[in-house]
Design a protein around this ligand. Structure first.
Ligand code: HMG
Ligand code: MG
Length: 303
């Protein structure tokens, strides 16, 4: 196994989408403030909303208004677009990067987007054609790569097949979702053994939820395999509405601290990031689920 840490890691901040889709509703203004603060902390890639059915995920119903209110010309604002309707709506407010999403588990795909994996890929053909004609790049997500709430263990070969379909469609990158946070370092290595034999590491990102507290270890395992894009959510916000009991993504503050400790460049101001996390948590009436954020807060209150 080849083990080399990347010198720079790109963080894709998903708190305003993956995080807030599974928290109590906050105001459009709270979302705008959050995204502006994240950009102010140096984050360049921010998932700002989801153009999905408001009946399925009401928390994302104001995504158009959120994006319209933002003026961040140097930030890559991204959004989920499950179908052509979503793609058109995202384009109408100036989104320059779409994310399409499917799963390595049939049961999860059905619960999440109401179709089979093959149907989802067929549906994405329209989204890809639309994106291409408008010069929009598209990221792909595969959920349940390390386990499914309905099907249990997932064969890495199935993950490989779905990743390849998304890349063949024209996605510039595929993000590997441990949707319910059940993965362990060994499982990550075993999955990457299969994927990296066929797919270049520059085409993969990791997207780990932290339900069992393994996300940082799993990220470190992926970094050692050369993966250099990591999805995370400020303050560890969120979960997944179609995966009962799944907790939020790994906290961005914790990932940044890990990267700092490893001497890996990331371009993010940790203090400003933590402040952004506290502000949105105040709106949610909760504390950040980030050990780093809590430790920094204790340090400042003790002084
Ligand atoms: P459907 O019911 O099969 O779709 O839903 P439909 O085409 O039959 O449409 C039904 C209704 O939805 C119609 O409205 C459409 O107009 C409307 P009605 O006539 O009933 O009033 N509709 C839409 N409205 C707004 N925007 C749209 C849109 N499309 C249809 N784009 C659909 C299919 C995909 C729309 C639905 O299942 C859906 O929205 N699912 C979203 C689920 C979701 O957002 N899940 C969370 C995000 S994924 C995730 O968190 C995992 C990830 O983080 C990675 C990981 O952790 O693993 C990415
Ligand atoms: Mg997720």
């Amino acid at each position: 196994m080849n083990s080399t840490l990347p010198s720079h890691v790109r963080i894709v901040e998903v708190g305003a989408r993956d995080g807030l889709q599974n928290e109590r509703a906050v105001t459009t203004r709270d979302k705008v403030t959050l995204i502006e603060s994240l950009a102010g902390a140096g984050i360049k890639d921010i998932e700002a909303g989801a153009f999905v059915s408001p009946k399925w995920v009401p928390q994302m119903a104001d995504s158009s208004n959120v994006i319209r209110a933002l003026d961040l010309p140097t930030t890559n604002l991204m959004a989920l677009t499950p179908n052509l309707k979503g793609a058109e709506a995202a384009h109408a407010v100036g989104i320059k990067e779409f994310a399409i999403f499917t799963a390595a588990s049939e049961a999860f795909c059905q619960k999440n987007i109401n179709c089979s994996i093959d149907q989802s890929i067929a549906r994405f053909t329209d989204v890809m054609a639309f994106a291409k004609s408008h010069n929009i790049r598209v990221r792909g997500y595969v959920s349940c790569v390390l386990g499914c709430p309905y099907e249990g263990d997932i064969d890495p070969q199935r993950v490989l097949q779905v990743c390849q379909k998304l890349l063949d469609l024209g996605c510039y990158e595929v993000s590997l979702g441990d949707t319910i946070g059940v993965g362990t370092a060994k499982k990550v290595d075993e999955l990457l053994d299969v994927l990296l034999a066929e797919i270049d590491k520059s085409l993969l990102a990791v997207h780990f939820h932290d339900t069992y507290g393994q996300a940082l270890t799993n990220i470190y395992t992926a970094l050692k395999r050369g993966i250099a894009t990591v999805d995370s959510a400020v303050a560890g916000l969120g979960g997944c509405p179609y995966a009962k009991g799944a907790s939020g993504n790994v906290a961005t503050e914790d990932v940044v601290y890990l990267l700092q400790g490893l001497g890996i460049e990331h371009g993010i101001d940790l203090e400003r990031l933590a402040k952004a996390g506290w502000a949105i948590c105040t709106a949610l009436n909760k504390q950040p689920v980030s050990k780093v954020s809590l430790a920094l807060k204790n340090q400042t209150t003790e002084q």
